[in-house]
Design a protein around this ligand. Structure first.
Ligand code: FER
Length: 323
């Protein structure tokens, strides 16, 4: 893949900025962030600077709707708390007919998980430079959920973090932009392989109202593409900083009334310093013009983990609940 001079300068400056940002994300000394350092250490060091940007990122023009509808989450929302029940995080494998390989995914089961119950499931998808460990490294969803469940703010749920790059070598290596088609292939892997494997192994309520799909950036685009395309499978959809893999809203929602009646929650967010914001803005405009209820939350962040962990904190409180 070749860049012209302008694109090359753009990519290099973005990578420099991003690696500085990632390096500044150390938790305060003495605090347990819940982000497993053994996992972080096992990730190739180039990965953190793999956070992509390309010519698709454009000038940021903000309008009156581009504002925060949620507050900043309370201090310590990603910090492991003593004295509360903790869930479990495990890496499991499944056979993918779609890819023709055995693949990995990370699964969070909530505190006091019992095979006698039936849990709702959130399928949580990573970005272009990520893999099945990315959410854990960026946001510690297991800690956020343990804390929310302890406070009665989120319903006990299972969170599945698969690898959304559906190809034989699914590592984020080389020119990660060349993997974009594998993110589209993941639609079949998710529906035909991941969901059946989860529903066979865990105590899961296998109904659309008990399935949510959300993701960051490429994973946000996948959530909109797959979720809106399969409203018979998912009722709750979240997209945080959706990337240019997001299909046009007219294509995703050909039948406005069907979408209105089937969607339990459509939740979009982006940072007002994110060069991909026009994708969320475009979706929001279409939803507003067509009277489709949704959330459009714009905070002061960029294309970064701080935005994604905060979005997850709020999105998880909205799912699997009446209204
Ligand atoms: C692009 C810019 C960003 C693009 C994808 C991304 C497929 C994804 C970013 C991410 O997942 O963080 O032009 O094209």
């Amino acid at each position: 893949m070749w860049f012209n001079r302008k694109q090359f300068i753009c990519v290099v400056s973005f990578l420099c900025l991003t690696s500085q940002f990632v390096m500044s994300q150390e938790p305060p000394r003495g605090e347990k962030s819940g982000i497993d350092s053994s996992v972080a250490a096992s990730v190739p060091s180039q990965e953190s600077s793999q956070r992509p940007n390309r010519s698709n990122s454009g000038p940021i023009e903000l309008g009156p709707d581009d504002r925060a509808v949620y507050e900043t989450p309370p201090e310590g929302f990603t910090i492991v708390r003593e004295g509360i029940a903790h869930g479990k995080l495990e890496m499991i494998e499944y056979d993918s007919k779609t890819v023709g390989a055995r693949r990995k995914m990370q699964v969070y089961t909530p505190p006091n998980y019992s095979a006698e119950k039936k849990y709702p499931v959130l399928y949580l998808l990573h970005g272009l430079g990520g893999d099945e460990t990315e959410w854990q490294r960026f946001a510690a969803p297991h800690v956020i959920l343990d804390n929310l469940i302890a406070d009665g703010k989120a319903v006990p749920m299972i969170i599945v973090m698969p690898n959304g790059r559906a190809q034989k070598n699914d590592r984020a290596e080389g020119d990660i932009f060349r993997h974009a088609p594998a993110f589209a292939n993941f639609e079949r892997d998710l529906l035909d392989d991941v969901i059946p494997a989860i529903e066979q192994k865990y105590a899961v309520a296998a109904e659309r109202e008990m399935r949510a799909i959300a993701g960051l950036s490429m994973g946000g685009g996948q959530s909109l593409n797959f979720g809106l395309h399969h409203l018979d499978v998912f009722a709750w959809i979240g997209a945080f900083s959706a990337a240019p893999n997001t299909k046009p809203p007219q294509e995703l929602i050909p039948e406005v009334e069907a979408a209105k009646s089937k969607l339990k929650l459509l939740w979009l967010s982006c940072g007002n310093q994110d060069g991909l914001i026009r994708i969320g803005q475009n979706m929001h405009t279409f939803l507003k013009e067509n009277g489709i209820p949704h959330v459009w939350h714009v905070d002061g962040h960029g294309h970064d983990p701080e935005h994604w962990k905060r979005s997850l904190y709020w999105f998880c409180q909205g799912i699997f609940k009446a209204n």
